[in-house]
Design a protein around this ligand. Structure first.
Ligand SMILES: *Cc1c(COP(=O)(O)O)cnc(C)c1O
Length: 370
């Protein structure tokens, strides 16, 4: 079975971890600072704060910009639930914006329609690994005195008009979960150029304690241990190879699906490089006898694993019950979620794997079209 994603761990990654296991530090030691410095270099930011997961990074970011009860934060409907959950952790209200039908990136026109006097931040999500429309979102944020934030969990190493993700918003977050580009098992980080945001996030990850040991505010244990940072340093060193491999796979998929009626890849925007955390195909279901569930089942029978990223967050039961969100609020995301599958995309895919995916998609589309 070819999975939709998988990690790539080599002997040098294993050696980096075992070296830490033989050292004096297992938790917060020299590897944390080394990892943070390396990540800040990749992102071109002054600061990077490593935390225990991407979700912890989102929480620390919402804390650092001081989201509180009554505040609204605009997030795209097409994202992982954690993007919105982090707003709720701080007592804020997530407001869901719709996405562009061809890129599934947050749509600035929808964001504009959802701005209110309570809007404190807008979160750009670099869906699938393609940077969002940062210039459009930035002018909307500036006009409201709100912060532009980024959930860059999909897009490490991508660029927007030459600038790396992680540096495109007031604060950005990354995940180092096993399916992401830089795999640590679990892990995350906040990147920023603002010293105070970095300082608040650092305090927050360690029980709200400041450097002299006093406790200034309520915090958490969101620390990322040296063991995992050693793996992160090693993995980060391979990011360019991983990105090149993903780009190579994407080009083959693009070429193969260009002339395939009924299935089309997401649109790529000019001036942005794509990190291809995911390779998402949209099926034009009006041309099909079946839905994506059946398409996924038939692909699985041929040894090709797929996933749906994502069910729109505002349709999840928790949000419907707690915030009264409903179908119809983000029609583009709702329609798209019925039509999308993420195909296998990871560093380490062989040409044989890619060929099997392409042949299987062609066959299944042929079988299932009206
Ligand atoms: C993976 C991911 C997260 C959460 O990361 P974890 O490390 O699993 O907590 C948040 N947002 C998006 C868009 C993600 O893909």
């Amino acid at each position: 079975m070819i999975p939709y994603a998988r990690q790539w761990i080599e002997e040098d990654d294993i050696a980096a971890v075992t070296q830490v296991l033989r050292s004096d530090w297992l938790t917060t030691g020299p590897k944390v600072a080394e990892f943070e410095a390396k990540l800040a270099e990749v992102c071109g930011t002054r600061y990077a704060v490593a935390v225990s997961s991407g979700t912890a990074a989102l929480h620390a970011m919402m804390y650092a910009i001081n989201i509180r009860p009554g505040d609204e934060v605009i997030v795209p409907a097409m994202t992982f639930a954690a993007t919105a959950n982090a707003v709720v952790y701080q007592g804020g209200t997530p407001v869901f914006a719709d996405v562009d039908p061809e890129t599934l990136l947050i749509d600035p026109a929808s964001v504009e329609a959802k701005l209110t006097d309570k809007t404190r931040a807008i979160v750009a999500v670099d869906y699938a690994g393609q940077p969002a429309n940062y210039s459009g979102l930035e002018s909307l944020a500036l006009g409201r005195d709100a912060h532009l934030l980024a959930d860059a969990c999909h897009s490490i190493g991508a660029t927007y008009h030459g600038r790396p993700t992680g540096s495109l918003a007031a604060c950005s977050v990354f995940s180092f979960h096993a399916v992401k580009h830089v795999a640590m098992g679990e892990g995350g980080a906040v990147t920023t150029n603002t010293a105070s945001f970095a300082a608040w996030a650092r305090m927050f990850r360690n029980h709200g304690r400041c450097t002299d040991g006093g406790m200034l505010d309520l915090g958490y244990n969101y620390r990322l241990p040296d063991i995992q940072c050693a793996l992160g340093i090693s993995q980060l060193g391979k990011i360019n190879t991983s990105l090149a491999c993903r780009e190579f796979v994407a080009r083959q998929y693009d070429g193969a699906f260009r002339d395939l009626d009924g299935a089309r890849p997401l649109r790529r925007e000019n001036g942005r490089s794509h990190a291809y955390h995911l390779y998402v195909v949209q099926f034009d279901l009006e041309q099909f006898k079946v839905g994506t569930c059946e398409i996924a089942k038939r692909l699985r029978e041929r040894g090709v694993g797929t996933q749906i990223h994502y069910r729109p967050v505002h349709l999840l039961r928790y949000y419907r019950e707690r915030f009264g969100t409903q179908p119809g609020m983000c029609p583009v995301a709702e329609h798209a979620s019925e039509q999308i599958l993420s195909l296998p995309m990871y560093y380490g895919m062989t040409e044989k794997d890619v060929d099997l995916v392409i042949d299987s998609v062609r066959e299944v589309v042929k079988e299932c079209r009206r």
